[in-house]
Ligand binder design. Sequence first.
Ligand code: NAP
Ligand code: MG
Length: 497
Amino acid sequence: MTTAPSPSRAEVIAPATIDASGLWEYAPAPESVRPAIKPRYGHYIGGTFVEPIEGKHFTSFNPATEEPVTEVAEGSAADVARAVEAAREALPAWSALPAIERGKYIFRIARRIQEMGRELAVAETMDGGKPIRESRDVDIPLAAQYFFYNAGWADKLPYAFAGRNPKPVGVCGQIIPWNFPLLMAAWKLAPALACGNTCVLKPAETTPLTALMLAEIFDEIELPAGVVNIVTGAGDTGEALVNQPGVDKIAFTGSTSVGKKIATALAGSSKKLTLELGGKSPNIIFEDASIDQAVEGIVQGIYFNQGHVCCAGSRVFVQEGIKDEVVSKLKRRMGQLRVGDPLDKNTDIGAINSEDQLATIDRYLECGMQGGSDFWQAPGEVPEQGHWCKPCLFENVQPSEVIAREEIFGPVLAVMTFRTPKEAIQRANNTPYGLAAGIWTDKGSKIFDTASKLKAGVVWLNTYNKFDAASPFGGFKESGFGREGGLHGLRAYTNLD
Ligand code: NAP
Ligand code: MG
């Protein structure tokens, strides 16, 4: 073994080494499983890793240590064209495969994700900064679940769309964000494959690693070449995929601003489009709610994954009579959240995904402080290295303030009040977004009445941020269109007679 020339958690914990197989070996961390991370990855095209045509690579960093994690290929339009060509070539055989055989491949992917669960969780946490508890208990098991669920549908599509003769859409270009890297890849790939499509996936710039490890799984289970191709890069690579001829459908998850650009680029073309965009979701606490549970729900709603969650409950509406009790219990609970090393199993709040995202959050904090509402942030230290934001909230926020209207995508909560259920609904719906909402009350009738009047794709009742592969997810208004998950998720990847 030789001492590696470059990076890792190395200096922070102990020297990193490269083993005989050319893989990074990481020193024991609080989570001691060592993922097999290569120092450098190419694109995964036509069933093999290939060098980028222009020969350029860029580094993906660990946002908790600011150390490099790996180098990945920087995709050009020519790389995207090559990947789309591979997907086109693979399409006739893959779509003609007996559906039960297609399903078997997808089941194998699901099982392998399960088997590699701990390694994938560590890799996800290193590349993106989320707490290991979340990647281990939420992201990776759910990614496997989406493949299992959709594998089961592969040979049952004629029942799913009875009398409609479902056919694949063709080559799907899929662009995903950095907040749930492997899970978003699963949301996109699993239904597309089940329906007989082939794919070109573009992971986010800051978190490409687990998609590339997924490519290694495709290799292992001998998924036919070209059925899934993965091209890494940044926004320009995504744009090239959107504009590439030979793509039949674009599925995009990301910000509303980029979603609008994509919709404009595709206007008038024959490409199909689904968009999963941003949110500013309301979490409504009625005075008859179980307050302790609601406080947990608020915490889960906004501080899960550092608030890098499209459906985060970032606007809390508390009924006036219980506001002081809720806020004081919430602050106490926020003070108990542990911010720090994402690989530590006791960590609640990990690193902010990138320096840019931290700068965005800081701009919003500044803006909120100037807006006149009361700012509170949990006490305590954060590590010197890395990008961090301790959980915080603004009280007495006016609905017109920027921090109450715009998606911050960080651990920042806006607390507002309401007097009557009617006012809660009116305030909750007063947003250009419509992705999710939460309701906390003991009264069943109030739950149904409120839920039916909220303009949100998902409404959680006495819980928050719960996901399931059988349940459709997606937005209204500027939160996008189309659904992922469940039967509805398959619809986006089929043409029906
Ligand atoms: P983003 O900047 O919109 O990027 C999303 C993806 O699109 C990335 O892979 C990005 O590449 C790529 N991209 C950037 N510019 C592009 C262009 N002009 N054409 C095509 N692709 C382009 O969003 P993000 O900051 O990664 O993610 C956060 C956003 O995602 C939040 O707004 C959040 O609400 C939303 N989100 C929504 C859902 C949902 O289901 N509705 C789920 C998760 C996240 P690079 O990043 O590599 O440049
Ligand atoms: Mg990274």
